[in-house]
Design a protein around this ligand. Structure first.
Ligand code: TRP
Length: 505
């Protein structure tokens, strides 16, 4: 089948899954050497339009920086709390490794192959494989999802930033649970304060994105990620000595399946996508800047382990405080803002550690937020010829406006609930539980079924041995089936589990 590959202004007609080898030097000069001798591999190598990550470590840090964020420290503990702990955590871990990991590898490999923004990448690679260019729609969906995620993410990140100042100012010293709770309610209930911090967060995100991801981001994550880890470990020591650590471990790791609902399973799956930044092209956009020889498999494994480790760590820090103070484990989005300040208020050096914690949490959110609009910014610059800074500002402004729906969700529109609850509840549900799993499903179908075996094994660079076969099996069968089942289960209110239990009997 004939298809066209656009390469730096040149159009090469080639046969699908035939090899077009380009000499390293000719990439720069634009000379092409079409070698049709090896009919079994596809090595159409493109260059990214925005340079590359300086090292493999820089890429790992950037993807980890995007993955580790509010999802791990703010969201994971509260949804684990709302869904009864143990069983939920187990399903979440399963989703991360069986569905998330292969999809992360798929996103990176598609990104590196396309070397463009997710919209163009899906289109180019789709065409290259002799399939429809409409796969670009997945990229477009991702761009919209990214903007919507940032719209609420920045509100929560804004709270984290305001907690930096409150903690540093001693607001929480020697307070009790009810005072901490009312402080949170004061902040979230004031739309003006919340809007102020939301605005600030959008501005700092736009500033980094405007500079270009590598330049802006590399420097930031290199220092911040290790610092965050050290601080979390320090907090863990505090929690271990709280007397309630055992109870927290039990809550998180002893599965009680009666506490798990079908919608809980969907939330666990959705969170696997959210926490790994999957399903919307963010990792694909980062993969576009990944140097040729870097192993996608080991990189993905490292990122997934780091992300999961930090989420579990956050749970092990927060739940002992919850139990020690008789707090509600299902307190919802306010959970960390109502628990951790209590711990900081009562520990030696609490003002310092507390301030540091919220500083690092804000930074973790910052390094995540960049990845949310990077696909959209890359698309506007590459496809529409808009300057990076202008693109980032337009998108930032747009996201800022939508964000007011979330800003008002705890104040002016608190009572205006529909479908899942407040505006925030709905947008979070739509994104995490529908858009990201659907996007991820498309991506894994694309990598597993649309791209030919040669293309993916060439890109994954791990031969065709067991490693490759396992990835392909997970990407082709397990991940798509799991996502489809979970979506059906949740949409039907439990059809799949009912069916499974009738087979079991
Ligand atoms: N993974 C991020 C977190 O856990 C949130 C996130 C979701 C994200 N989708 C993303 C970050 C896309 C960057 C890009 O906080």
């Amino acid at each position: 089948m004939l298809l066209c590959v656009h390469f730096d202004g040149l159009t090469i007609a080639a046969l699908s899954c035939l090899s077009i080898k380009i000499h390293p030097e000719s990439r720069l000069s634009g000379r092409l050497d079409k070698s049709m001798s090896d009919q079994t591999t596809t090595t159409v190598k493109r260059q990214s339009l925005h340079g590359q990550w300086s090292t493999r470590m820089a890429f790992i840090l950037a993807v980890t920086g995007s993955a580790v964020g509010l999802g791990n420290i703010w969201k994971f503990p509260y949804i684990a709390g709302e869904n009864g702990g143990g069983a939920f955590v187990l399903i979440y871990l399963l989703c991360v490794f069986v569905v998330g990991l292969p999809i992360m590898m798929s996103e990176i490999l598609i990104g590196r192959r396309g070397r463009r923004n997710p919209v163009m990448t899906m289109k180019i690679v789709g065409e290259e494989e002799g399939r429809s260019r409409n796969w670009a729609l997945v990229g477009i969906m991702g761009i919209i999802a990214g903007v919507l995620i940032l719209s609420f993410y920045s509100v929560i990140a804004g709270w984290a930033m305001s907690y930096v100042f409150m903690t540093a100012g001693g607001t929480f010293v020697d307070t009790d649970a009810s005072q901490v709770k009312s402080t949170f309610e004061l902040l979230s209930g004031s739309w003006k304060l919340t809007a102020f911090w939301h605005t600030f967060f959008i501005v700092i995100t736009v500033v980094v994105v405007a500079q270009g991801v590598q330049r802006g981001l590399e420097r930031l994550v290199r220092i911040l990620m290790p610092a965050l880890l050290v601080l979390l470990l320090l907090l863990l020591v505090f929690s271990m000595n709280s007397g309630y650590f055992g109870q927290a471990v039990e809550f998180m790791f002893r599965p009680n399946f009666s506490a798990l609902t079908p919608s809980g399973v969907l939330i666990a799956l959705g969170h696997a996508f959210f926490t790994l930044s999957l399903g919307m092209g963010a990792v694909m956009a980062y993969g576009a800047y990944l140097p040729e020889g870097t192993s996608i498999t080991s990189t993905s494994v490292i990122v997934v382990l780091a992300d999961t480790g930090i989420a579990l760590l956050a749970g092990l820090i927060i739940f002992p405080v919850v139990f020690a103070n008789n707090l509600q484990s299902d307190a919802g989005p306010g959970l960390i803002f109502q628990t951790l300040p209590l711990a900081f208020g009562h520990m030696p050096g609490g003002v310092f550690f507390g301030t540091m914690f919220f500083v690092l949490l804000s930074f973790a959110a910052w390094t995540s937020s960049i990845g949310m609009i990077e696909p959209a910014v890359a698309w506007m610059t590459e496809s529409k010829g808009i300057k990076r800074a202008v693109a980032a500002s337009i998108l930032g402004g747009f996201t800022w406006l939508i964000g007011f729906g979330t800003v008002f969700s705890w104040s002016l529109w608190k009572e205006k609930t529909f479908f899942q609850g407040t505006f925030f509840d709905n947008i979070d549900y739509l994104i995490s539980n529908i858009a990201l799993p659907l996007g991820g499903l498309m991506i894994t179908i694309f990598a597993g079924w649309v791209m030919c075996r040669n293309s993916t094994s060439d890109e994954l660079n791990c031969g065709t041995g067991l490693m490759y076969k396992s990835w392909r099996f997970l990407a082709r069968y397990i991940a798509p089936i799991a996502v489809i089942l979970v979506l059906i289960e949740a949409a039907s209110g439990g059809i799949v589990s009912d069916y499974l239990s009738t087979i079991g009997n």
